[in-house]
Design a binder for this molecule. Structure first.
Ligand SMILES: Cc1cc2nc3c(=O)[nH]c(=O)nc-3n(C[C@H](O)[C@H](O)[C@H](O)COP(=O)(O)O)c2cc1C
Length: 168
């Protein structure tokens, strides 16, 4: 199974998390998303997509996603699985916590992918997130500003879940 981790990062936090994920999933290939092509997306059976959230940006995605977003939009992801992770700040941006996960979710679904790796809305303290569906986030939220001590256990748990849901 081809696994790709595609990430965009401004101050290096999402990049660091992408690196941690690559260590946990040794077969995964890391793609700084600014350099990713439609063919890169389509070459993977499981796409793990990560972005920090920026309420002042177009589509709330981190800037590296600008061109890649179009590639993803045009890609055919039928039969593929997509898992999402988002880095945000629930104290600084409590009304838009990890909104970028929603943006990536909607484009992946529109491209035909099945989204896996939804994560329970427990142990977070925020007011609103566009990335919520019922009691679950549409991907894994990480808050390296306010809950850095939870990152490792969340990542470990999420990868176990992906092994089950995506047959890693
Ligand atoms: C101007 C600005 C806007 C932000 N907007 C949001 C937001 O809407 N939602 C959120 O959860 N975090 C928001 N953040 C927090 C960043 O997503 C957070 O600092 C993240 O760790 C940056 O990760 P990166 O270094 O990988 O880009 C914002 C931060 C700044 C400085």
């Amino acid at each position: 199974m081809n696994v790709g981790i595609f990430y965009g990062s401004s101050t290096g936090r999402t990049a660091a998390v992408a690196g941690q994920l690559a260590q946990l999933i040794s077969t995964a290939k890391l793609y700084p998303v600014a350099e990713a092509t439609r063919a890169d997306f389509e070459s993977c059976d499981l796409l793990i997509l990560g972005s920090s959230s920026w309420c002042d940006a177009r589509d709330r995605l981190q800037d590296d996603w600008n061109d890649a977003f179009e590639c993803l939009h045009e890609a055919n992801l039928k039969g593929k699985k997509v898992a999402l992770f988002g880095i945000g700040d629930q104290v600084g941006y409590p009304d838009a916590f990890v909104d970028a996960i929603r943006v990536l979710h909607d484009v992946a679904k529109a491209a035909g992918a099945e989204v896996v790796g939804k994560w329970p809305d427990e142990d977070y303290d925020y007011h609103y997130s566009a990335a919520i569906e019922g009691d679950f986030f549409l991907g894994l939220p990480l808050d390296l500003t306010n809950q850095p001590e939870l990152t490792e256990s969340r990542l470990n748990g999420w990868v176990v879940q992906l092994r089950r849901e995506a047959g890693l």
